[in-house]
Write a protein that binds this ligand. Sequence first.
Ligand code: ATP
Length: 464
Amino acid sequence: MPAPNIDTIVSLAKRRGFVFPSSEVYGGLGSAWDYGPLGVELCNNVKQAWWRWLVYERDDVEGIDSSIILNRLVWKYSGHEATFNDWLIDCRKCKGRFRADKIVDNKCPSCGASDWTEARPFNTMLQTKLGAVADDDPTALAYLRPETAQGIFINFLNVQTAMRRKLPFGIAQVGKSFRNEVTPGNFILRTREFEQMEMEYFVSPTAEHSKLVDYWVEQYLEWFGSLGIDRENLYLYEVPKEELAHYSKRTVDIMYRYFPEREKPWEELMGIAWRTDFDLSIHSKNKVDEEGKRINPDSTEDLSYFDEPTKQRFYPHVIEPAAGVNRTVLAVLMDAYSEKTNDKGETRVILKLSPQLAPIKAAILPLAKNKPEIVGMAKAIKRSLQPVLRAVYDDTGGIGKLYARQDEIGTPFCITVDHQSLEDEAVTVRNRDTWEQERIKVSELAEHLQKRLKPYPVAPPETI
Ligand code: ATP
C-alpha cells in the first residue's frame, strides 16, 4: 500500500526533516522547496545509486559535470530559444493562467469556467545577465540550462577522444536544471529549479533505435524496482507522434501513480527518447542543408565520428533516458510509505525505504540515558559503525518513541544498548519492517548490518 496521496508525504516530509517549504520566513516562494537533513541524504543516495548503476557497473558509460550556464548559442542551435515553449491560456472569468495541455475537460481548474483566451507560446528558459553590463545589453543575455543534455552533446568529442571510446557508449550527467514553469506545483513534482539525471547513449545511424528505446525502458524499470518502486505503480506511455519534441522520432515516458486518489493517477517520472542525430549535427560546423549551406555558421567544431570498421564518418544517433531526481525521490517516498498497528492498537507509519536509500542505516539508542556506562557504550558503537555506514546516536525520548521516529524516517535497524549489554558485550538489533529483535555481539555488529543493508538486486546489464 503506497501513500494514499502526495499530501501525506508533504506532511511527513516537513515533520521529519526531509523537505521544507523554501523561504518560509518571508512567506515562502511559490513551489520552491528546501531539502532538510534527511532529504539531502535521500537525494544523494538516489543520485549515487544511479551513478553507480550506470557509470560504475556498466562498461559503456562515462560521467561528466558541465556548466549550468552555457554559451547562448548552444540554446539558439539546440532549438530551445525558438521552441522551448509552454502554451499559455488565461481564464477570462477568474484571470487564472494555465498550461493549455494540462487542462482537463476544457474546465478552468480554479473556477470551473470554460471561457479561455487564445493559446500563446511562452518560453520557459530562465534568463540571467552575465557581467557588469547595462540592463538592456542584449549580448549579456544568458540562460540557466533547462536540461543537462546540451552540456553532454557539446562535450561529445572531448569525452570520446579523451577516453578513447568507440560506439556505442553513453555519457551521464546529474545536476540542476531550471524551467520557468507556468503552473508549478504538487510538491516537488513540478518546480522551477530541479535536478535531472540524464544519459545520452550514442549509437550508429544504422542501429536499431526503436529496440534500443525498449532496451533502456526495461533497464530503468529494473532500476526503479531496485529502488523499491512497485512495477504496478509504473505505466508506460508511448508519446504520440504529434506530441513528440522537435528532435525526437520516438519517446516512451515512464509514468508513476503520483495521484492514486484520482481517476487519472499518472504523471511523468522520466522519458526515454530517440533524439536521432539532431543535436550532434546541429552543433557541428560541417553539417550542410539540402542546398549545401552550413546549418551552423557559428560552430568551430565538427561533432562527427569516424567509424573504423566501416571507414565511414557520421553523426551518431542518441537514445536519451532523462529522469528527475526529485520525481524519483517523491515516487520512492510514496511507495515506501506504509502503516502498521502495534499491540496497543495505535497506527504507526513505517517508511520501507530500500536500505541503500535510507538516510540513516542504523540508530544507536541507549535504554537508560542517565547511566553513563550505557551512554558511553552506545556512543562508542555509533563511532565504530560510522566509517562503514551512516549511523546516529539518539537519546531524546523513551525507547518506544525513538523506535517510532526511526520507523517513520525509514531507518532499517535500531540498536539498543541496555544493562545486559555491559555484561555480555551484545546489543538488541530491531528490524524496521518486522519489528523482530535479535541479540548480536558488538564485535559482529558491523558485519551483521552490512550483510542486511545490501541494495535490492538489479539484474546485470545485457550487452547491446
Ligand atoms: P513535463 O511534461 O512533466 O513537464 P517534460 O516532458 O517536460 O515533463 P523532460 O523534458 O522529458 O520533462 O525532462 C526529463 C525529466 O526531468 C522529467 O521526466 C522529470 O522527471 C524531470 N523534470 C522536468 N521538468 C521538471 C520540473 N519542472 N520539476 C521537476 N522535475 C522535472
